[in-house]
Design a protein around this ligand. Structure first.
Ligand code: UDP
Ligand code: MG
Length: 172
């Protein structure tokens, strides 16, 4: 009975469905100007996500045309592009189970005025454009966006020592 129970407990029932994901966050120029870099990074750290890459970069027209291609035909595209180039940005790679949807949920909806209190955009912004962070919106875009902003050797896979306390043993 004892053996049966311990086997049951250790059996990784859902392991095949659970995937560690990596996602891209961009800390936008307004966030840097307003002095909230640390607070925003701390939110993801406190949640239990692992920082696998981070750097400050200056965006240019070319990369923004690619990154915001879905908005390139919109009349306000010029101002979004300018706002993203006004200072350097900080690009981060965060890792965790379901990291992509966790980070999107933490960011909140696009318009800071509609974003729920408790979300990053809900707590720090009152604008559609000036909404603190970019966050990848699906596994497909996360993979493309991480490649867009990071070289392979700038993403680090290292042991997260808290792992056993962040997840149950059949989740990791
Ligand atoms: N944006 C804007 N006006 C709009 C739609 C988007 O200024 O009507 C800006 C805003 O900064 C947003 C970014 O363009 O974060 C990308 O838009 P998207 O629709 O992809 O929203 P997100 O995925 O960032 O929530
Ligand atoms: Mg988007």
């Amino acid at each position: 009975m004892h053996i049966f129970l311990s086997l049951e407990i250790k059996k990784p029932l859902f392991n095949s469905l659970i995937a560690m994901e990596k996602t891209l966050v961009i800390i936008k120029p307004g966030t840097i100007q307003r002095g909230y870099i640390g607070e925003i990074i701390q939110r993801f750290e406190k949640k239990g996500l692992q920082l696998c890459g981070m750097k400050m970069i200056q965006l240019d027209e070319k990369i923004l045309l690619e990154h915001y291609a879905h908005l390139a035909h919109r009349p306000f595209f010029g101002r979004i592009k300018d706002a993203m180039m006004i200072t350097p940005v900080i690009v981060c790679c965060w890792k965790g189970i379901d990291a992509i949807r966790i980070v999107r949920a933490m960011a909140g909806v696009t318009n800071g005025r509609d974003a729920a209190p408790g979300t990053i955009r809900g707590d720090y912004s009152v604008s559609v454009q000036e909404n603190i962070v970019h966050a990848s919106d699906s596994p497909e875009t996360a993979a493309i966006e991480l490649k867009r902003f990071f070289n392979d050797n700038e993403i680090f896979d290292y042991k997260q020592h808290q792992l056993d306390f962040l997840y149950a043993n059949d989740e990791i």
